[in-house]
Design a protein around this ligand. Sequence first.
Ligand SMILES: *[C@@H]1O[C@H](CO)[C@@H](O)[C@H](O)[C@H]1NC(C)=O
Ligand SMILES: *[C@@H]1O[C@H](CO)[C@@H](O)[C@H](O)[C@H]1NC(C)=O
Ligand SMILES: *[C@@H]1O[C@H](CO)[C@@H](O)[C@H](O)[C@H]1NC(C)=O
Ligand SMILES: *[C@@H]1O[C@H](CO)[C@@H](O)[C@H](O)[C@H]1NC(C)=O
Ligand SMILES: *[C@@H]1O[C@H](CO)[C@@H](O)[C@H](O)[C@H]1NC(C)=O
Ligand SMILES: *[C@@H]1O[C@H](CO)[C@@H](O)[C@H](O)[C@H]1NC(C)=O
Ligand SMILES: *[C@@H]1O[C@H](CO)[C@@H](O)[C@H](O)[C@H]1NC(C)=O
Ligand SMILES: *[C@@H]1O[C@H](CO)[C@@H](O)[C@H](O)[C@H]1NC(C)=O
Ligand SMILES: *[C@@H]1O[C@H](CO)[C@@H](O)[C@H](O)[C@H]1NC(C)=O
Ligand SMILES: *[C@@H]1O[C@H](CO)[C@@H](O)[C@H](O)[C@H]1NC(C)=O
Ligand SMILES: *[C@@H]1O[C@H](CO)[C@@H](O)[C@H](O)[C@H]1NC(C)=O
Length: 789
Amino acid sequence: MSFFLLLLFLSLFRPSSSSSDTLSASQRIRDGDVLVSGGGQFAFGFFTPGNSGSRFLGIWYAAIPVQTVVWVANRENPLNDTSGVLSVDFQGNLVLRSGNGSSLLWSTNVSLPLVPSSSSPMVRLLDSGNLVLYENVDGNFIRWQSFDYPTNIHLPSMRFGFNKTSGLHWSFTSWRSYDDPRPGNCTYKIDTTGYPQAVIYKDGTPHFRVGSWTGSRWSGIQEMDHSYILRVNFTNDEDEISFTFRTINASFTTILELNNTGTIQPLNWVNQSRMWVPLYTGPSDPCDYYNQCGPNSNCDPDMNNMCSCLPGFEPKSPTNWYLRDTTDGCIRKKGVSICQSGEGFMKIPNLKIPDTSVAIVDLSLSLRECDQACLNNCSCMAYASAIDLGAGSGCLMWHGDLNDSKTFSGAGQDLYVRVDVALLDRQSKNKINVILSVVVVMVLILSVSFALIIKRRRAAATDNFSIANRLGQGGFGTVYKGVMSDGTEIAVKRLSELSGQGDEEFRNEANLIAKLQHRNLVKMLGFCLQDDEKILIYEYLPNRSLDTFLFDESKKLVLNWRKRFDIATGIARGLVYLHQDSRLKIIHRDLKASNILLDATMDPKIADFGMAKMCGGDQNEGKTRRVVGTYGYMSPEYAMGGLFSVKSDVYSFGVLLLEIISGKKVSSYYDEDSFTGLVGHVWKLWEEGRCMEIVDDSMELDDACSREEVLRCLQIGLLCVQELTTERPEMSSVLFMMSNDFCLPLPNQPAYITRGDGIMLGNNARIGPDIYADPASVNEVTTSTVLGR
Ligand SMILES: *[C@@H]1O[C@H](CO)[C@@H](O)[C@H](O)[C@H]1NC(C)=O
Ligand SMILES: *[C@@H]1O[C@H](CO)[C@@H](O)[C@H](O)[C@H]1NC(C)=O
Ligand SMILES: *[C@@H]1O[C@H](CO)[C@@H](O)[C@H](O)[C@H]1NC(C)=O
Ligand SMILES: *[C@@H]1O[C@H](CO)[C@@H](O)[C@H](O)[C@H]1NC(C)=O
Ligand SMILES: *[C@@H]1O[C@H](CO)[C@@H](O)[C@H](O)[C@H]1NC(C)=O
Ligand SMILES: *[C@@H]1O[C@H](CO)[C@@H](O)[C@H](O)[C@H]1NC(C)=O
Ligand SMILES: *[C@@H]1O[C@H](CO)[C@@H](O)[C@H](O)[C@H]1NC(C)=O
Ligand SMILES: *[C@@H]1O[C@H](CO)[C@@H](O)[C@H](O)[C@H]1NC(C)=O
Ligand SMILES: *[C@@H]1O[C@H](CO)[C@@H](O)[C@H](O)[C@H]1NC(C)=O
Ligand SMILES: *[C@@H]1O[C@H](CO)[C@@H](O)[C@H](O)[C@H]1NC(C)=O
Ligand SMILES: *[C@@H]1O[C@H](CO)[C@@H](O)[C@H](O)[C@H]1NC(C)=O
């Protein structure tokens, strides 16, 4: 029986307490009675979770048709029958007894004495989901509240943290399984030692360090920017350390769940689909597991060798380390003295900073003062800002092992690790050497067909790597403009120091990419490899990338329909080559407007193969544990399941095509009313036959012919973003459909699910809440998260 019916049934037959939100001292709740909060949001009573045979007393969402229990009273002592009775005892405590009142199953156990004259306690279920026991019927003094004793669900306005006065932890403990609310193995609480951090423990040991508060998010969750859904508040004062959140719109229903596998997820109720949809998941990749690479190392999930030692360190057990058993971590390199005069720090960017439970904190220091403080104490190993807002503030210093750091692709803090003079020197000399040699070496590379040649030569200093020459910044490195000695302009991509790719892998990959020759692919001219420095050299394209035109109000005027159509077909040709015509089958995986470069005649060239995957001859699909790419362009099966295939590129192409036609960015597109993104919006207009409304105003479609072509391309775009990969055409068919006039298949409802399992939303990749496709498509692609049935 659904709870709706149950409630209806109860309210007909038990008018005494069931329709009310309060319970007075003289009343009791028997199995079958339900308190319903004033606004009808929550219900409190007895329930049976899932298939279990036991009865529990708890709170659930009354307004949600899927049983969603948010709090349980008698977790430790389930009832075997329906004999449970809740009442207020003479000491003013709520007590749950079974049967004839024989055994006590649960109690609020407040030791405060009741004020005798007003000993008339009252219980009320609030619309926030908080069950409150008041001292008195006037509801002034709170004796006890369920929000102080959370189970596994964090509700809006509930506190997560620590009361410094009472010593009470507002923490979460998982259920044993989805239908067993008894306390499970996982807890989520604030570790108050050192600098406070949120940690998920499994069997009492750290499982996932959610991290310290950086000012806007937990340091361990880069995708925590949901400001269009949630507002968060972190407080650390003399009374409490607490984290709360609320939804920005009362019509959103959002909870944070700690599930029995030790996973924390904010879940959003999607009414149309009748299910809870996760906004992100933590832990989401292997590097999230506590101290995955052992002490003094760093874990980067994007690299084949996830683990690397921090600068100045080497594997403690080299044999194990190279066999990928990294538990021993790293130790200082032998013979290295890090505390003489002249040493300093090496900056490691984009990190989840190490375990702060051993950090020494001084929130009054600036970053510069922090540097000095750490420098002046020989045992200080590293430092970082505590608060990562603006220039950063507050000082964290580590004196022992640096445990559990991780590299993020799009966010993260800077960590400054103490290194010795030699490393410091080499760091700066390296840079100069490489800068000097690039220009000279380039010529050699070009003539010796990509062999690896680095000759240290002193040439006139250039400032190739200056900010002024920077063309762009990607997840894997920065691109600069350079000039060769013969005057040819080049684009030089410098992979980030910590890219971690092995030399051999880098060489192989560079060699393979060098073999790709197509007029719609950016040509690689060569590469350099020296020490930790890895550089790729590409042809320089003066018009930069498509997004600089497409999304710029004045520059987009250059792009009339003809030009846009040519650009789209050029990209399609490049992709056909990658997918089918080159000897290697290559899936680009990060196709987007900013990766399409334009040459002097505005011909498009696909760039940035940093995330590309090569597949063997007949291998068409792959699965990856780490989802890389750009939200909005990612196909749902890839974003949610890590499944990639040539059809994921087709999906990205579809989105790109819609961007080219509409002149609107998928990543900034947020239709506030309909909850749909760009794809959803186009689909809506398509269904209503108002498709032309999406077309960029800045293009004048002068003749019927081009109008037809635009419509055709919109249809192709929608076909490319179909939910089922089998319904998406191959790139060769796309190209054929674009260039031949025949009857196209009709698109179905596309998939425009852009968030879910493990999906991140960095500040740069903000998208609207456009997950809300129809129920069928949501069910296909997300693992439904049902909270205890
Ligand atoms: C329920 O049954 C179990 C096992 O039969 C027993 O251990 C437990 O005490 C019972 N609980 C109650 C409240 O009677
Ligand atoms: C309740 O009382 C009745 C009779 O007084 C007894 O037979 C029954 O076993 C009791 N039940 C429990 C759960 O104690
Ligand atoms: C009530 O709290 C006291 C300590 O404050 C504890 O010893 C006792 O076991 C608790 N009783 C119950 C039923 O939880
Ligand atoms: C913390 O505990 C103290 C003492 O029990 C209490 O007065 C205070 O209200 C609590 N703070 C919060 C935020 O609950
Ligand atoms: C909890 O951990 C113990 C020991 O690690 C294990 O045997 C047990 O199955 C775990 N329980 C659950 C519910 O995961
Ligand atoms: C954040 O929480 C603290 C303590 O709970 C409260 O005093 C403060 O007003 C809150 N700030 C905002 C912006 O809600
Ligand atoms: C809240 O959301 C509802 C439905 O999505 C919308 O109608 C309403 O305008 C929103 N309110 C605010 C204040 O944004
Ligand atoms: C817990 O969450 C993870 C990640 O979403 C999921 O894979 C797992 O199935 C969940 N477990 C349960 C019991 O819901
Ligand atoms: C949720 O959807 C149901 C139909 O599935 C509808 O009756 C109800 O009004 C919707 N509720 C809200 C708050 O939109
Ligand atoms: C260095 O810092 C440690 C830890 O704070 C402290 O115990 C030690 O006294 C400091 N040493 C000096 C020379 O200041
Ligand atoms: C770092 O991790 C190692 C092993 O994982 C542990 O022995 C050590 O105590 C940790 N150190 C700190 C400072 O957390």
